[in-house]
Design a binder for this molecule. Structure first.
Ligand code: FES
Ligand code: FES
Length: 228
């Protein structure tokens, strides 16, 4: 008897899709997995929400951000968060929206090198600031060491929290390098040593619903050891 089952095109594996998310910004990986960033001009416009009777007209203002090294000029409703500006206006969807309330860390990006929850800050407050998202960490096809470490240590499962974890970890290493203590630092006058307890405490603003924490800590410990 012959097999009559129709042949279906091979779907990407779960791991391939997740790695594509962790690597967002590395062009080759993204192209193969459908994660290529859409140019802002090609991004579909967000549907307009009809105003309720009596609603004041939205106030807009021009905002210039430097995103991943490139100047981006936007005209935004003054209430637009940095997260929505990145995702909805610049089509940089590597940065994730989890809670939209500053509680999960999925939206973490770097502003002038410091980590920040992009859902808790207005884009208009960052006129002229340099923003780095997960798409801007890799150097062309060369992964940022933190991205490579997350893959080497399998520091993710579904991958939704991963861009925020990676951006947060990069910012956190900068804070430790600058000598900032944390709540678990025993000697605040000494240079902080990044023990696992220190890493857990310093990354406590980034939640992972898949509980990939042990592997996330291992990835960060390795990257810290490489003297990034
Ligand atoms: S989406 Fe910003 S902290 Fe959760
Ligand atoms: S890998 Fe799934 S939420 Fe962190």
């Amino acid at each position: 008897m012959t097999d009559q089952t129709p042949k279906r095109p091979l779907a990407p594996t779960r791991r391939a899709v997740v790695e594509g998310c962790a690597l967002a910004g590395a062009a080759a990986g993204m192209a193969g997995l459908g994660f290529r960033a859409v140019p802002a001009a090609a991004a579909p416009a967000a549907p307009a929400i009809p105003a309720a009777p009596g609603d004041p007209a939205p106030q807009t203002m021009p905002v210039r951000l430097t995103v991943n090294g490139a100047p981006r000029d936007l005209v935004l409703d003054t209430r637009t968060t940095l997260l929505d500006a990145l995702r909805e206006h610049l089509a940089l969807t590597g940065t994730k929206k989890g809670c939209d309330h500053g509680q999960c860390g999925a939206c973490t990006v770097l502003v002038e090198g410091r980590r920040i929850n992009a859902c808790l800050t207005l884009a208009a407050m960052h006129e002229g600031d340099a923003i780095t998202t997960i798409e801007g960490l890799a150097d062309g096809d060369a992964l940022h060491p933190m991205q490579a470490a997350f893959i080497a240590h399998d520091g993710f499962q579904c991958g939704y929290c991963t861009p925020g974890q990676i951006c947060s970890a990069v910012g956190m290493l900068g804070e430790a390098k600058a000598g900032w203590p944390s709540h678990v630092t025993e000697d605040v006058a000494a240079a902080p040593a990044l023990s696992d307890d220190e890493i857990r405490e310093r990354m406590s603003g980034n939640l992972c619903r898949c509980s990939a924490y042990p592997n996330i800590v291992a990835a960060i410990r390795d990257t810290a050891g490489s003297n990034l």
